[in-house]
Design a binder for this molecule. Structure first.
Ligand code: PLP
Length: 377
């Protein structure tokens, strides 16, 4: 059986968790939380990185920090995980979904401007599969209309757009360290605060609306409730688990890219004969092999392929059911313009197994299964 995803284990993980137990805190803002933040700030040239309990929470922090008010409209793709929308809906915001580009499955930057109204407050982009959205165009539109940009870079840790780390380009970036992502805390995330004037308040929001972070640094002599906020801090044990992976981040990234490139090379003949479509990575984008997907002809063929792979012991998955067709999406958001690609392309997409440690033999076996399916169909 080849699973879709497999959690990362390495020796240092267990050593660091033990050290954590011997350390000063297990709660948030301990040694490993700090080590992880500093590592990311250095490695990604990020102004401020705050480790959190999930990317969903990082997105909620972004909505609080950017003062989203009831009725504010946030432009985003419908092809994403519900957390992208939830964060703003929780503040009374209205997701305005626009169509995606079929080549990257990212928001179509050329459709954003026509979705702007006098209620539009910001744009939430999603870097699908760790492949960047067209950020130059998006940032230029945002600047011209005075809108904020939040990057849902849940899948984009270690990816770049024109030399910049994903998550560091918009006003706020959000990473996920959920078990299914490239680097994991089990459950966890990070908020990247890219504007200096937002940093202090971001710390307060993460600390239940208190200035405890300043207190811990000795900047105030007692701490108190100063703003709204919640508990978005992760445990230091989870951070210890993450830190051991950040130390070998390049090795993990290279390993995933090797699998991604091998899938691409082996499946190319099927793409060339038009049986399947493969992902494309635009110029200027350095991706992190978060996932490898192919597109079948339609939903029927996809369902049959997933079932066939399962019979061969290979777990392949689809996603997403577009938000605008979900129960909550219909209730809280609206689709602007035409759904040319969101539904159609999402129904064709299949993600193949992808994890650190996936072997060459496994990738070869999986692609042979895909070939066998198309030979018989
Ligand atoms: C995984 C994911 C999230 C949610 O991340 P959590 O850390 O599980 O909260 C949000 N957005 C996207 C695009 C994701 O892939």
């Amino acid at each position: 059986m080849i699973p879709f995803n497999q959690p990362i284990k390495n020796e240092n993980i267990f050593r660091y968790i033990k050290t954590g137990f011997g350390g000063k805190f297990l709660r948030g803002e301990g040694t490993y939380c700090n080590e992880c933040s500093v590592w990311m700030e250095k490695h990604f040239h990020a102004k401020k990185v705050l480790l959190t309990s999930s990317c969903s929470h990082s997105l909620e922090m972004a909505a609080l920090l950017l003062d989203v008010q009831p009725g504010d409209e946030i432009i985003m793709p419908s092809f994403t995980f519900c957390s992208t929308a939830n964060a703003f809906v929780l503040r009374g915001g209205v997701p305005v979904f626009v169509d995606i580009r079929p080549d990257t499955m990212n928001i179509d930057e050329t459709l954003i401007e026509s979705a702007i109204t006098n209620r539009t407050k910001g744009i939430a982009v999603v870097h699908y599969g760790g492949v960047a959205c067209e950020m130059d165009t998006i940032m230029e539109i945002a600047r011209r209309h005075n809108l904020f940009v939040v990057e849902d870079a849940a899948q984009g840790v270690m990816s770049e757009y024109r030399g910049k780390a994903l998550g560091t380009i918009g006003d706020i970036g959000c990473y996920s360290f959920h078990e299914t992502k490239n680097y994991s805390m089990g459950e966890g995330g990070a908020t990247l605060v890219n504007r200096s004037e937002l940093v202090e308040r971001a710390e307060i929001i993460r600390e239940k609306g208190t200035n405890r972070s300043q207190f811990l640094r000795g900047q105030v002599d007692k701490y108190s409730w100063v703003d709204i906020g919640s508990s978005y801090l992760p445990s230091d044990l989870a951070a210890a688990y993450l830190y051991a992976q950040l130390e070998i981040a390049d090795e993990i990234n290279d390993d995933r890219l090797r699998s991604w490139n091998l899938y691409y090379e082996l499946l190319r003949p099927l793409a060339e004969t038009g049986r399947i479509e493969m992902p494309s990575v635009p110029e200027g984008c350095k991706h992190n092999a978060h996932l490898f997907y192919i597109k079948a002809k339609d939903i029927e063929e996809r369902t049959a392929l997933i079932a066939y792979l399962k019979e061969q012991g290979v777990i392949a998955l689809f996603h997403y059911v577009p938000l605008h067709s979900s129960i909550a999406g219909r209730k809280y958001g609206r689709f602007h313009g035409e759904d040319g690609f969101t539904t159609r392309e999402s129904e064709r997409l299949i993600r193949l197994p992808m994890f650190y440690g996936l072997t060459e033999e496994q990738v070869r076996f999986i692609t042979e299964c895909v070939f066998a399916f198309y030979q018989n169909n």
